[in-house]
Every structure is written in C-alpha cells, then in structure tokens.
Design a protein around this ligand. Structure first.
Ligand code: TMP
Length: 198
C-alpha cells in the first residue's frame, strides 16, 4: 500500500511520517519511507535552485521538474513497494496538484505529468491554518514558504481536491499525539479493508 502524507509547508509531515513508521514497525508491518522532492538527484538540485530563487523557471517548468523528480525515482518506489507492505511518501503527486492549481496551472495538465507513476492508495492531507504554523518555520525559507498567501491558497486547493479525489483530511491542529492517533486509525482502517488486520 502506498500512502501519501500531504499538506502545506511546516504542517508536521516529517514528524507524523516518522511516528507512523514507528507504529507500523511496532505492529510488525514492514514499511519504507521516501520523501519528495528528492534533492539528491540532478533534477532535485534544480528544484532546490528554483525554490531558493537561484533558477528562474516558469511555474510550468517548476512543476514539470517536481513530476520528473518522481519519474527519476519510479523504479525505487516500485522496488520499495515490492519488498514492504506499506510505503509512506512524504509528499507525492498530490503536492503537485495542490501547489500547481494554487498557482493557476490546469488540473488536467498536472494530472498528466503524474500518469504512469505508482498511484497512492491512501492520501492523508494534514490540515491546519498556515498562519498558526509560521512560528515553526526556520530562517531558510524557500520561495513558497515565504508567502503566507500562497500557503492559504494551497490549503484551500488541498481541501477542494480532497473532496474530488477522496483524500482523507486529518486535523493537524490538534497536537502531535492526537494527530498521530487519527493517522494511525486511518491507516489501520485502510489496512483492514485490504485484509490486513493489526
Ligand atoms: P519540502 O519543503 O517538503 O521539501 O517541499 C518543497 C516545496 O515544493 C514545498 O513548498 C511544496 C513544493 N512541491 C510542489 O509544489 N510539488 C511537488 O510535487 C512537491 C514534491 C513539492
């Protein structure tokens, strides 16, 4: 099962991904985690330059790079899926749909960039008002993180797309532990639906 953990910047995806991994481990469910963007590849380095404003790409090129970065890792994702029961992706295709449409790109065009990649079986959108997340940000904000207005639009895009695509919205404003409990319950239910009881 491929699980996408999504949400606006600084909503706590990394913490929740790692708590979910620990929970899976303690329940003897084999899992792997992977994050996007993967900044370690050639395209990943271009993405870093774009986010830091060192590369002046149009939004179209920027979002093609994000998708290409996943295509670079297609084999790796497939390999992880073949050897683990659960693969957790910290940001995946849904990020490109939410950020891309928030920046005015066409949804169909963005969907096409992802067509052919392994599809997430469960997408969890961690949701909290971006204004409450600002204190969590470090000093090295990238071009997206600097704009609270963009983050608000991205949040609305996630909520709208969640309805369209059946993504699960997780209230991430309830504290780390409660958020983790909600995530674990959601994953346990999805596993049970696939015949894997925990
Ligand atoms: P990060 O802060 O999680 O490393 O992600 C960097 C930024 O890239 C973040 O603001 C979200 C954005 N992004 C997209 O717009 N599309 C994508 O497909 C991915 C993976 C990230």
């Amino acid at each position: 099962m491929l699980i996408g953990v999504e949400g606006v910047d600084a909503v706590g995806k990394r913490t929740q991904t790692s708590l979910l991994s620990s929970w899976l481990h303690s329940n003897n469910i084999t899992s792997s985690s992977i994050s996007f963007p993967d900044y370690g590849t050639v395209i990943g380095r271009e993405i870093k330059g774009y986010l830091l404003g060192r590369r002046d790409y149009s939004p179209e090129v920027g979002h093609m790079l994000f998708a290409a970065n996943r295509w670079e890792k297609k084999d790796v994702i497939e390999r992880l899926l073949s050897k683990s029961e659960v693969v957790i992706v910290n940001r995946y295709s849904a990020s490109n749909l939410a950020y891309g449409t928030a920046k005015g790109l066409k949804l169909d065009w963005l969907i096409n960039l992802e067509a052919g990649l392994p599809k997430a079986d469960l997408v969890m959108v961690l949701d909290a008002p971006p204004s409450t997340l600002y204190p969590r940000r470090g000093l090295n904000k990238d071009k997206y993180e600097r704009s609270i207005e963009l983050q608000e639009r991205v949040r609305r895009a996630y909520l709208h797309l969640a309805e369209e695509f059946g993504w699960t919205i997780i209230n991430a404003a309830q504290g780390i532990e409660s958020t983790n409990h909600t995530i674990v319950a959601t994953v346990a239910k999805a596993l049970a639906e696939r015949g894997r009881t925990v």
